[in-house]
Write a protein that binds this ligand. Structure first.
Ligand SMILES: NC(=O)c1ccc[n+]([C@@H]2O[C@H](COP(=O)([O-])OP(=O)(O)OC[C@H]3O[C@@H](n4cnc5c(N)ncnc54)[C@H](O)[C@@H]3O)[C@@H](O)[C@H]2O)c1
Length: 272
């Protein structure tokens, strides 16, 4: 039984090919929204694990359509402004509006800061931070012109709240996402747009599986440093659905006076 009512609304989800993004896309549809599902759907050079494929994105479309809602799929690398702008235009052409932006796309990799090359820094920071700004810029313009308010929810991380040994570029990008969230909340409040972030601990997705497979012990040390050994509640990894619940609430009328907030879904990790 759906708790929230997104009937007549349109959600734009980045990184929707699999993992948390797919979970968010399907849940918005289950609650009545049509969904624009976007993903880079090709490799990023410095990624230490394979990203979603076009087949993965097609599977998300199938799952959204199975709910009876409409889906529009676009290959979008969130680092590329022209691709973001074109996808936002296509979404408005197709559905007439966007109500919710779920800024979820991101990559993670493991390298000490003093050993990191510039390309690895740039590709991760651009995917996790610049991409969220570009999507907020173009969807935010639509919100202002459309005049019916909106919701932006971005995926931060516990690494937005504490440092990350072995993954400092990721922590820097996710801390930056908090600054972006608070600043957008101030700038868009006059247009009845709320802007928030969710900060999950480790989540059971292909990102974690992929990096454990390719980077083994080094990645395991980082994962347990970031989450498993520090969670207060008895879970090593939470489920994508646990993060989706926070997205649904922050996207709903129930959270209409919540803006500029960072909501941990971290099994108590940052309470310590
Ligand atoms: N899995 C975790 O433990 C964890 C914990 C905290 C936060 N996060 C964050 O959650 C979000 C979702 O990650 P996930 O766990 O579902 O991992 P995932 O790898 O399964 O999904 C991420 C998706 O983003 C896409 N993507 C990556 N870079 C992109 C780009 N430049 N443009 C467009 N799409 C791109 C990938 O193709 C993939 O489909 C990310 O922002 C990640 O940083 C993950």
């Amino acid at each position: 039984m759906p708790i929230y009512d997104f009937d007549g609304q349109v959600a734009f989800v980045t990184g929707a090919g699999r993992g948390q993004g797919r979970s968010h896309a399907v849940a918005y549809a289950e609650h009545g929204a049509d969904v624009v599902v976007t993903d880079v759907s090709r490799g990023i050079e410095t990624s230490q694990y394979p990203l979603a494929t076009e087949g993965d994105l097609a599977e998300t479309v199938r799952l959204v359509e199975d709910t009876g809602q409409r889906a529009l799929a676009r290959r979008v690398d969130v680092r590329e402004e022209s691709q973001v702008e074109a996808a936002v235009e296509a979404a408005v052409d197709e559905f007439g509006r966007i109500d919710i932006l779920a800024n979820n796309a991101g990559i993670w990799n493991v390298t000490d800061l003093v050993e990191m090359d510039e390309r690895r820094w740039d590709e991760l920071v651009d995917s996790n931070l610049k991409g969220a700004w570009l999507c907020a810029k173009h969807v935010g313009k639509h919100f202002r012109e459309h005049g019916e308010g909106g919701r932006i929810v971005s995926t931060a991380s516990t690494s937005a709240l504490v440092g990350a040994k072995g993954s400092g570029h990721y922590a820097a990008a996710k801390h930056g996402l908090v600054g972006l969230t608070k600043s957008l909340a101030l700038e868009l409040a006059a247009y009845d747009v709320t802007v928030n972030a969710v900060a999950p601990t480790g989540v059971d997705t292909p990102m974690i599986d992929g990096i454990l497979e390719t980077e083994g012990e080094r990645a395991l040390a980082s994962v347990s440093d970031l989450s498993g050994s520090m969670n207060v509640l008895d879970e090593q990894l939470v489920d994508p659905r646990d993060v989706t619940e926070a997205f649904l609430w922050l996207s709903s009328d129930a959270a209409r006076y919540v803006t500029g907030a960072v909501l941990p879904v971290d099994a108590g990790m940052t309470a310590k």
